[in-house]
Write a protein that binds this ligand. Sequence first.
Ligand SMILES: Nc1ncnc2c1ncn2[C@@H]1O[C@H](COP(=O)(O)OP(=O)(O)OP(=O)(O)O)[C@@H](O)[C@H]1O
Ligand SMILES: [Mg+2]
Length: 366
Amino acid sequence: MNPFRFGNVVTGEYFTNRKNEIKEIVSEIKAGQHIVLMSPRRYGKTSLVNEAIKASGVKWVRINMELIADEVDLANYYVKNALSLSKYEKIKHYLKNLKIQPYIQLQPTTNEISVSFNTEKKDLSTILSDSLQLPETIAVSMKKRVVIVFDEFQEIRRISPVLERKMRGIFQYHQNITYIFIGSQESMIREIFQNKKNPFYKFGRHINLHKIPEAEFSDFVIKRFSSQKIDTRDIVKDILSFTDCQPYYTQQLCHEIYLLGDKKILTKGVINKAVDQITTEHHADYSRWWGSLSNTERKVIIGIASGNHNPTSQEFIRKYGIKSASTSGSVVSKLIALGTLIKKNGKKIKIEDPFWKEWILKNRRC
Ligand SMILES: Nc1ncnc2c1ncn2[C@@H]1O[C@H](COP(=O)(O)OP(=O)(O)OP(=O)(O)O)[C@@H](O)[C@H]1O
Ligand SMILES: [Mg+2]
C-alpha cells in the first residue's frame, strides 16, 4: 500500500511530528482558552486539530464554514451537530430550548438527525441566537467541556455581514466551550481577530502553524518508504528541497515517487520523473490557472518562477517589463491574498505550488 497520503485529513502513521503543537492545543482546551490557528493552505491545520482533540478526549463539533450557504443553513447545521453531542434519548429535552422549532427527522437505525428551520425572515435572529446557544446548554447539562472547531472561519464574512457581532455576543458568555477558529487566509483572519474595530478582537490565543521541520520530515519520509522496503536516504534531501517541507506537496511527491519506484534504492532521477508525471497529470488545471492571469500577473510569476524573489525591485521590473514597482507590488499583494504566491520567512516571495512552478518553467522551455 502507498505509504503516503495527500488531500484529506491525515492521522496515525500518515501523520508526523506536531508534538509541541498538540501539547499546546490540548492544554489550551483544558484551560478553556479559545484558539485561533492560522497557516497558509494545506500545512496540516485540520489534521493537527483532529489529533489534539483525540488526545484530549473531549466531545467536539466541527463546523466547516466553507460548506455553509447562509445563516439558516448555519443554524440547521449547528443544531444538528450540537444534538449529536448528546445521548439520542435526550434530544427531545434539548429541543425544548429552542423558541422556534425546526423540522427534525430521526433515522433510528443510524441515529442520524436532520434539522431544517423554516426560513421566515422575521424569525432569523431568534433561530440563530438559539442555535448558537445550544451547545453551551448541552455542555452544562452534560457537565462536560465541549470543543467547537470552525474550519475556514474567514468564510464568516461571506455568510453574513452581521454574523461576527452576533456570534461574539453569544460566545463571550460560554464557560463550557472552547472555540477553535481555523483559517488559511491570513490577512482576513488577522483582520477579524486583530483589528480593534471588529467583534472578535483578541477573542482567542493565536497559534501560527509552520511547516514541519526538515529533520523530522526527513525521518518520516525515510521511515514511510522503508516500511515498503524502499531506501530513500540518498534522495530525501532533494525531495524536501523541491517541496520546501510543505506537508501536502511533500506527501504528493512521495506518493508519486512510490508509484514510479520499481527499485529498492532510489536515486535522484525518480524525483524528476515524478514531478514530470504530476505536471502532466495536472496540465488542464495548470493551464486554466495560467489562462486566468493578466499580463502583468504573468510577468511577475515568470520572474519569480525564474528565481527572482524581489518583484518590486528596479531590476525586476526592468527585466520583466512591468510598468512600475507599485504595479508589481499590488499584483503581488493580490496574488498573496489568493494564495498563488506566498512569502517565505516573511520575506522572499515564492510560488505556492512547486509543481505549477515547474509546469510554467517546463512550458516556457519548450
Ligand atoms: N503532520 C503531518 N504529517 C504528515 N503530513 C501531513 C501532516 N499534516 C498535513 N499533512 C499533509 O498535508 C495535507 C493537508 O492536511 P490538512 O488538510 O490537515 O491541512 P489544512 O491546513 O487543513 O489544509 P486546508 O488549508 O486545505 O484546509 C494532508 O493530506 C497530508 O498529506
Ligand atoms: Mg483544513
